[in-house]
Design a binder for this molecule. Sequence first.
Ligand SMILES: C[S@@+](CC[C@H](N)C(=O)[O-])C[C@H]1O[C@@H](n2cnc3c(N)ncnc32)[C@H](O)[C@@H]1O
Length: 596
Amino acid sequence: MKKKARNLLKTIASFFTKHHKAMDDLPERYSYNPTLRWNADLESYFSKAYGPHHFSRISQALSRPSCYSCIRVNTLKSTPDAAIEKLRAVLKEKGADISKCDVEGMDYVLFVRGSGPHAIDYGCAADGKLPKEVLVSRKCAEAVLRGAQVYVPGVLGCTAHVEKGDVVAVSVAVEQPGADDGWVVGITRGTVLQGSETDPYHIERRGLYIGQGRAMLSRAGIFRVMEGLAVDMSDRVFNLPSLHDVLEGEIFLQNLPSIVAAHALDPQKGERILDMCAAPGGKTTAIGLLMKDEGEIVAADRSHNKVQGIHKLAAEMGLSCITPYKIDALKSVCTTNESDDFSNHSCIKDNHVGNVQGSDLIKSELEKSKLITFERLNAEIDFKKSGFFRVESNQINVLVSNEKANETTYTSKAAIRKEMRIKRNGPGRNQSLGGRVEKSKGFAPKSFDRVLLDAPCSALGLRPRLFAGEETIESMRKHATYQRRMLDQAVQLVRPGGVLVYSTCTINPGENEAVVRYALDTYKFLSLASQHPRIGGPGLVGRFEFPDGYTEEWLRPGEEELVQRFDPSSSLDTIGFFIAKFSVGSNKADLQNSAS
Ligand SMILES: C[S@@+](CC[C@H](N)C(=O)[O-])C[C@H]1O[C@@H](n2cnc3c(N)ncnc32)[C@H](O)[C@@H]1O
């Protein structure tokens, strides 16, 4: 491992050691010591894949937050040093420990150290007096462990006679085994806790105390209203600085492996990139920064609302190279003749606008946008006819006649698209009309220099997680099938000589190494490429035979060092994440074979 990567490890390892001491001394009931529940068959699969001890460590790590927050500085708007100074000012009371990432080319990534697990004094007196309590849902507790407050909708139960201002201990109700192999939360909102052993979840929430705070409403108030702050957390088992809405547009909270995935794609200025499953846009904007906002990023997602979110985020970050599209990744490749037009990489079906104030504005903006598109297409067709164009892979340079000046200017096509986007999208999040969501019928084959497929997955690497029982072997296989179908589309969209990066946030080898195996075995023009930086661990080599006879093939010897596997139990203390990078060779024959 390179020296810089070792330094990064040292920085995080020092956070990690402090974070994990003192766990053993906590009194048992009022402690945080969860055991993650899994579906039995899935647990058995993971235990065999990783070995029981390793899987047990992974499982334990998943139930806790990382010991630091990772921040990407928006270098278009700030510098790492300026961001550190501002963050120190914002987090002054908490004496923030902030350091820069030592990995080469990643000094714009900052780590803010957290602390924990802390032993909390819940005020259990020797005379047996018990604390007043608030019982929250699992989702609420996972958010609190990441630094959030307790909001009204997350509260399930509360001790009788809690008044506004009372100090309350906060614990969590996690799913329990129910009938028919299912899982249930056997508690309804509004339950009164008596502090006795007959309370619902009395035994089950032992070791599931996440801190204490001050009730912002009385018990009656908490269950009467639908929203608002219920408990202001003053003592947390894990202290991670809450950075939401802090330095908006200048910094972005993002997991380290996600930033590494953007680097692995290695986007270059002026290129045309597809982010196939882009929402909420974390990696899209990371890629935009690496390209210094020069080129074009098509940010696709199937959810209309999420696509609007990408639009807003791009505007907030000051990135104009991003065009969000609503499209199903399973239908990404446009097979109609429209895609053959050199000027029409994307088979745009229609534009429609969401989240825009005022229908007149919508109409006028829409008309303008159509006009621009129409003008651009005409200009391109004219030049196509005149023979003044040349095509260099996807970086098409065209000679554009400027009507006003009546002179010929040499302009890159990426620059034309960028100008159109700025006109269409407006100046930025706060001033923008809202996110215009363009629908697409698909994109022309081989029309991108690089494609990122950050696939929807089982998300079994995300942390903190207090329950994992919902996923089964069957659901894992469904995820993998979906991912393969998306990959089938992705490989067709990359130009020969281009790059495809596949990533997930799961620890499941079936969605990681097995998908890579499928890709390499199905598309002979793909080969694994080395990644920079490389700070994750090696992939899993071998195969797995399931009791039902199904065999999952993973990597072959020699391939393991070409992928990056981020193990949540390693000293890097990240989420579980996986990255594979493929070089795309000449694919004509293979595509014909696979299509027939
Ligand atoms: C892992 S998240 C992507 C995270 C994103 N790359 C980021 O870094 O911010 C997966 C995304 O895939 C989207 N998705 C799921 N199925 C899809 C499909 N068939 N077509 C397009 N997007 C899909 C989901 O809406 C979700 O936003």
